[in-house]
Design a protein around this ligand. Structure first.
Ligand code: MN
Length: 218
């Protein structure tokens, strides 16, 4: 047995639909600019170019039903609803969830202007809400739609088939840089309609066949 200076932390984990075990989260990868209509609304060129990847710490996961204290150092917190892919023990797709890539848009805009990294805009406490996971053999998401409601009103809507980089292509690209491992999650990008969220708002994201992610800001 290795002697550690302090006990290693228990992993963050997510429930799995239909089985008692929980899914231990290892790393979170995110892809940016993966729906043409969202690229356009951000003022970008929707032509297919190299995918943009960034990461969040596993500890940024928030489970459905939890309240999120409004984060500091921003006056423009944005929602981005996304399909989440979960990598399983054989290093292939184990299952899917619905996630929200919370973004401090003002910090991201400032970073873009300076040509600096997006890390502070994307990777902060409670910035990665994610639903319970549904095993891939129980659902076909290829033709599914993704919807986000804010206080009951639809604010984002898209078809997963409209992703510029498919799930398989994203995994192929990621594998060139990092050995994907069991427990890794991939947030696959957001369709158009991103916008601000404030204290008191409730966000609820859904994809046909998957569990919802619902969080409230306090
Ligand atoms: Mn995103």
């Amino acid at each position: 047995m290795t002697n550690y200076l302090f006990p290693p932390h228990d992993p963050v984990s997510l429930p799995i639909i239909g089985q008692p075990e929980r899914f231990p989260v290892r790393r979170i990868y995110c892809i940016g600019r993966n729906y043409a209509d969202h690229v356009k609304e951000m003022g970008g060129d929707a032509a297919r170019s190299e995918p943009i990847f960034f990461t969040k710490a596993a500890e940024t996961i928030v489970q459905s039903g939890q309240d999120i204290p409004f984060p500091p150092n921003t006056s423009d917190l944005h929602y981005e609803v996304e399909l989440v892919v979960a990598i399983g023990p054989d290093r292939s797709v184990f299952g899917f969830g619905v996630g929200i890539d919370l973004t401090r848009r003002d910090l991201q805009s400032a970073a873009k202007k300076k040509g600096g990294p997006w890390a502070r805009a994307k990777n902060f406490n409670r910035s990665a809400p994610c639903s319970a996971l549904t095993p891939a053999d129980q659902v076909d998401v290829s033709k599914a739609h993704i919807v986000l409601r804010k206080n009951g009103d639809i604010v984002q809507h898209g078809a997963l088939a409209d992703m510029i980089w498919s799930v398989d292509e994203i995994i192929e690209r990621l594998k060139q840089d990092m050995d994907l491992q069991a427990g890794d999650l991939i947030y696959t990008g957001t369709p158009a309609g991103v916008g601000p969220v404030n204290v008191g708002d409730e966000l609820s994201g859904g994809i046909e066949g998957l569990q919802r992610i619902t969080v409230r800001f306090i």
